[in-house]
Design a binder for this molecule. Structure first.
Ligand code: PAF
Length: 286
């Protein structure tokens, strides 16, 4: 595995592969890699000849008072883990390389609407930061396909919409969430949990499963199901930002005729803000 720190080195490596007609898959990350990331890498390897991974903790997607400073940075461990996989190239730029004028960037990519709801409402500017950095990375790597985790479901939809609207010739592939044995979705932010919080954390997934069971059982009072999920989280000491049932396609509130749904939740537990979701298909239900 080759590691490059600059856009110039990245471009020249990728150009050589392109010349050889090789197909390139890209996995953007913020590092602190866990089994969920490695699953994205494995998935990417099945879709292309070359896999490029980026590690960049993107300041633009963190709000005031969020965990940008404390976000776990483990480049040397990450690099060792990636070297054991089929990754061809690790792109790990410095902040100055990515935002040459410091953080005074004036060009932004905003996917209106989708960026302002749910996590976008709780974290203003977050998805503009994500879409902008992903657009920059796409321009540098120019992959044929890019792979994202479904755990960040709203992010995946934002990227899909950006790619469609800005005509990036890139397939966007979502990979199902990887979970710990007790159901907790894998996340770098799980490391913020104390031992006691870690024990309670899987309740987030259990609450989503209970809501899914009610939908699968034919219940269509979305408000009641959402209220029950939120109450369950509060009772266990979580501070929920939302627990909501949406249309899987566009995250709009569903009607009773909608069949492809997703239940999404975000909640604070101690220092951590946990997010999770569960897609629910009611296609085969009456
Ligand atoms: O999902 C992430 O880790 C980040 O939001 C991403 C897509 C790498 C952009 O910084």
């Amino acid at each position: 595995m080759q590691t490059v720190r600059t856009s110039t080195a990245l471009r020249s490596a990728v150009a050589a592969w392109r010349q050889d007609q090789e197909r390139i898959a890209f996995v953007p990350t913020m590092g602190n890699l866990h089994a969920g990331h490695l699953e994205l890498v494995e998935h990417a390897a099945r879709l292309a000849d070359r896999v490029v991974v980026s590690i960049f903790v993107n300041p633009m997607q963190f709000g005031q008072g969020e965990d940008y400073e404390n976000y776990p940075r483990t480049l040397s461990e990450d690099s060792t883990r990636l070297a054991e996989t089929c990754v061809s190239l690790l792109f790990a730029p410095a902040v100055e390389a990515k935002y040459p004028a410091g953080c005074q960037y004036v060009t932004r990519v905003e996917v209106e609407g989708l960026s302002d709801i749910l996590c976008g409402a709780a974290r203003p500017g977050h998805f503009v930061g994500v879409a902008t950095v992903v657009a920059k990375l796409f321009n540098l790597v120019q992959p044929d396909v890019a792979v994202f985790g479904e755990k960040d479901y709203q992010q995946l939809l934002v990227i899909r919409r950006m790619v469609a609207d800005l005509c990036f010739p890139i397939d966007i592939v979502g990979v199902p969430t990887v979970r710990e044995p007790d159901g907790l979705a894998m996340s770098s932010r799980n490391s913020y949990l104390t031992a006691d919080e870690r024990e309670r954390a899987p309740l987030l997934y259990r609450a989503l499963c209970e809501a899914a069971e009610r939908l699968q059982g034919g219940e269509r009072d979305f408000r009641a199901i959402e209220a029950a999920g939120e109450a369950r989280l509060r009772a266990a000491g979580f501070g929920p930002d939302y627990f909501t049932i949406r249309r899987a396609l566009d995250l709009m509130p569903p009607g009773t005729a909608d069949k492809e749904l997703v239940i999404l939740a975000a909640a604070r537990l101690g220092q951590a803000r946990l997010i999770d979701n569960l897609p629910v298909s009611l296609k085969d239900k009456i």
